[in-house]
Design a protein around this ligand. Structure first.
Ligand SMILES: Nc1ncnc2c1ncn2[C@@H]1O[C@H](COP(=O)(O)OP(=O)(O)OP(=O)(O)O)[C@@H](O)[C@H]1O
Length: 456
């Protein structure tokens, strides 16, 4: 049961994220690989596992439970998969601990490792708290296999992503103190990334992971007793012929569920880490004109300032949307949005008029507005207050959970309005977000309880 809940989410995420790589900026190998797979499937479909046709030269490395890498890491379970990697739980037999190994598709640079190496290595010296919210790189190596050479990144394993956690609780929100704590940690994580001169560039609930409690004292068998044992699913060719290729594993595995449903997470368990730095970049060294962030959290300048490179402020927009999603059960922008125009309409509805030159440049503006910020008659317009009620307050009240009082609500909405300013140059920095009233009075104190320490 738990597994099937997870897998639905996992599959949805996979699709969303694949779609968020529409064009290529410095990810040539990734795009080439994805677009090459347009032929008929070679293998029968199996639910809740990575795309089997990606097991070919240039693609995933075939891995089985029990495989050992570097004479040290024994594969114990599957944790997840993305378009560019499979992620495995392994027992580090040298250190008697569990680790997560992200195994990239062949010949990709797995940029996460490079970025995390810089952020977490320097952070250890600085002893900056924000570094605790980013996975520490424990090891890096590569594997040669039938599909090529695969980069591997070893980090701490996590329990589940926040989107999985919400879904596992049938979209019940996190307890209010837990959500406040996570929101503060997220802002601290982004502030830390920015201080290290990186933009994350793909912030969403699937990339925020809940830390796993320490299970290092459990053997793999005890871990299987506590959670699920891996269940191998045989790979079958679409033409029913026997599989003779070494490119594909004999069996594949659905990711396990080591997480907790959102409503069961206690404040001292609410430690998060921000992951997936595969599209992070340094604005001082590199220009970036495309966003990989899902449409609901994608900043508007991508559309209206296409010749200006993205920068830290684009993460601040997504951070505002992510904080909203952590606090509530619905994204700030309507989740059924289907296109760029719908997103712009929705943004104007709750933020007000677009900057004049953006408005003039928007060809389809008359679809929903009489003039800038003035909706056509009869069209339903949902304000920020109404969205707060629908997404954050009412779901809590329905479940008898603590809601926000008026003072907190006003402080939160003020912070969100400040972060979601159309012009990127007018947004606060992530560090300034941490100094807002809502963060200081409501969110950071809960994060301090989670971590059992004071933040300066
Ligand atoms: N350290 C970890 N511990 C537990 N699960 C993890 C860990 N890292 C990643 N995962 C799981 O694997 C999934 C895919 O990871 P990730 O997004 O990093 O892969 P990816 O190949 O870069 O994906 P894409 O580029 O398609 O987003 C995550 O959504 C998460 O569920």
């Amino acid at each position: 049961m738990r597994r099937s809940i997870f897998c639905i989410v996992s599959r949805r995420l996979h699709v969303t994220k694949s779609c968020s790589f529409p064009t290529d900026t410095g990810l040539n190998h990734r795009s080439r690989f994805s677009t090459a797979l347009t032929h008929r499937p070679l293998y029968k479909h199996i639910d809740d596992v990575e795309s089997l046709d990606y097991y070919r030269p240039g693609g995933y490395h075939p891995i089985q439970i029990g495989d050992v890498f570097c004479a040290r890491y024994r594969i114990v379970h599957k944790l997840g998969y993305g378009s560019y990697s499979t992620i495995w739980l392994a027992r580090d037999e040298n250190k008697a601990r569990y680790v997560a190994i992200k195994v990239g598709i062949a010949e990709c640079d797995l940029k996460d490792g490079e970025v995390l190496g810089q952020i977490s290595a320097s952070a250890v010296k600085d002893v900056v708290f924000g570094s605790n919210l980013i996975p520490l790189v424990l090891d890096r190596f590569s594997i040669d296999g039938p599909n090529g050479t695969h980069p591997c990144l070893v980090t701490a394993p996590a329990g589940c992503s926040l989107v999985d956690s919400l879904q596992a609780a049938d979209s019940s929100p996190f307890q209010l103190n837990v959500a406040r704590s996570m929101a503060a940690q997220l802002a601290m994580a982004i502030s830390h990334v920015h201080e290290k001169r990186y933009v994350h560039g793909d912030l969403h609930m699937g990339n925020i992971l809940l830390r796993l409690p320490n299970y290092d004292s459990l053997s793999p068998e005890q871990l299987y007793d506590k959670f699920d044992a891996p269940e191998p699913e045989a790979v079958i060719r679409a033409d029913n012929q026997p599989i003779s290729s070494p490119n594909i594993p004999t069996y594949v595995y659905a990711p396990t569920w080591l997480g907790r449903p959102s409503d069961e997470i206690a404040l001292d368990e609410a430690k998060i880490m921000l992951t997936d730095f595969g599209t992070a970049f340094q604005p001082a060294l590199e220009e970036r004109f495309d966003s990989y962030t899902p449409l609901q959290m994608r900043p508007p300048e991508i559309r209206f300032e296409p010749t200006k490179s993205l920068s830290y402020a684009s993460d601040v927009w997504s951070l505002g949307c992510a904080i909203w999603a952590v606090l509530g059960v619905k994204s700030l922008l309507d989740s059924w949005l289907i296109g760029l125009d719908d997103a712009t309409i929705d943004q104007i509805d709750f933020l007000g008029p677009l900057p004049d030159e953006w408005w003039e440049a928007w060809e389809r503006r008359e679809r929903a507005f009489i003039s800038n910020g003035v909706p056509k008659e009869g069209r339903e317009v949902r304000t920020l207050d109404q969205r707060f009620q629908d997404a954050i307050q009412a779901p809590r009240q329905r479940r008898g959970m603590q809601g926000m009082d008026e003072e907190e609500r006003d402080a939160l909405l003020q912070m969100i309005r400040d972060m979601l300013v159309f012009r990127p140059g007018d947004r606060p920095s992530a560090r300034q977000v941490l100094q807002t009233e809502w963060m200081r009075k409501w969110a950071i104190p809960e994060a301090e309880k989670t971590w059992g320490r004071r933040f300066p």
